[in-house]
Each structure stands twice: as structure tokens, then as C-alpha cells.
Design a protein around this ligand. Structure first.
Ligand SMILES: *[C@@H]1O[C@H](CO)[C@@H](O)[C@H](O)[C@H]1NC(C)=O
Ligand SMILES: *[C@@H]1O[C@H](CO)[C@@H](O)[C@H](O)[C@H]1NC(C)=O
Ligand SMILES: *[C@@H]1O[C@H](CO)[C@@H](O)[C@H](O)[C@H]1NC(C)=O
Length: 128
């Protein structure tokens, strides 16, 4: 009985939270028109461990986008913060691009750990 319960809990967790694979994320970034995929994959990994449901205080989604400046009413991305928590990354990418065009990688403090061109982030990904 207990085991069945645990399995059910596991299934529910798996369907709600979407944790992306490294290459899967990179491919999605490419399809959304991003360059520098290595950098973006590293940032998303540092920010959320590639978990689209990730929320930490004022920061939402796979890119941990801040409701103080970017998502939410009257802010630059003009999208609701909650919409950044689902497994559809389209609006996350749109908002991330807005942030990047405005301020570069700077708003992601973790980006300073990503300036390493060791190539590990895209290793073995078939992106072309
Ligand atoms: C990716 O971005 C980093 C940080 O701005 C930069 O150092 C690097 O040259 C960029 N790489 C490419 C391929 O644009
Ligand atoms: C770059 O990343 C590689 C692999 O993770 C690591 O061994 C190396 O120390 C890093 N270099 C710097 C300058 O951070
Ligand atoms: C890439 O593929 C090689 C050969 O299959 C494997 O040995 C290596 O561990 C893989 N690296 C990563 C980061 O997945």
C-alpha cells in the first residue's frame, strides 16, 4: 500500500514539474532563435537546474526571471510571472531575450560561472 502511494506521488510530481535534459534545453533554445547556446544552457542550469517549475521568492521559472523588474504587471516582459512556471518555455525564452537585449547576461548573476568555453554544456547534443 505504502509503495503504491509513493509511486503515485512520483507520477504526479513527474507530470507537474518538467526538468529538461541539457541537450533538450539547448535544442529548444536554438528553435527559439537563440545563439550562444552553451552560455544559455549553463545559465539555465545554474539558475534552476533546468526545472521549468522552479520558483525562488521573486524569481520564476527555468531562467529565474525576476518579478521586480521583468515579469508581472507593468514590467518589461509584459507577461504574468506564473506563466513562466509551466513546461512550455516559449514565453520564458521571449522574456529572456528581452532581458538580454536590455542588459545582456548581467541580470543573471550566475552567468559569471558560465564564461568557461570548455564545451561541456553542449557535449554530445545533436543540434544541427
Ligand atoms: C557567449 O557569451 C559570452 C559571454 O558574453 C562570450 O564571452 C562568448 O564569446 C559568447 N560566445 C559566442 C559564441 O557568442
Ligand atoms: C572550466 O570547466 C572545466 C570543466 O568543468 C573545469 O575543469 C575548469 O577548471 C574550468 N575552468 C575555469 C577557468 O573555470
Ligand atoms: C559523450 O559521449 C561519449 C561517448 O559516448 C561519452 O563517453 C561521454 O561521457 C559523453 N559526454 C557527456 C557529457 O555526455
Amino acid at each position: 500500500m505504502r509503495q503504491i502511494f509513493l509511486i503515485l506521488v512520483l507520477i504526479i510530481c513527474v507530470t507537474i514539474a518538467k526538468v529538461f535534459e541539457r541537450c533538450e534545453f539547448a535544442k529548444a533554445a536554438k528553435e527559439n532563435g537563440f545563439n550562444n547556446l552553451s552560455m544559455w544552457t549553463c545559465i539555465a542550469h545554474q539558475e534552476s537546474r533546468l526545472n521549468s517549475e522552479s520558483r525562488d521568492g521573486d524569481n520564476y521559472g527555468i531562467f529565474q526571471i525576476s518579478s521586480e523588474a521583468w515579469c508581472g504587471r507593468g514590467h518589461k516582459c509584459e507577461i504574468s510571472c506564473e506563466s513562466l512556471l509551466d513546461s512550455d518555455l516559449t514565453n520564458d525564452f521571449l522574456c529572456a531575450m528581452t532581458i538580454y537585449r536590455t542588459s545582456g547576461f548581467k541580470p543573471w548573476s550566475s552567468s559569471k560561472f558560465c564564461n568557461n568555453h570548455s564545451g561541456i554544456w553542449l557535449k554530445n547534443c545533436s543540434l544541427y
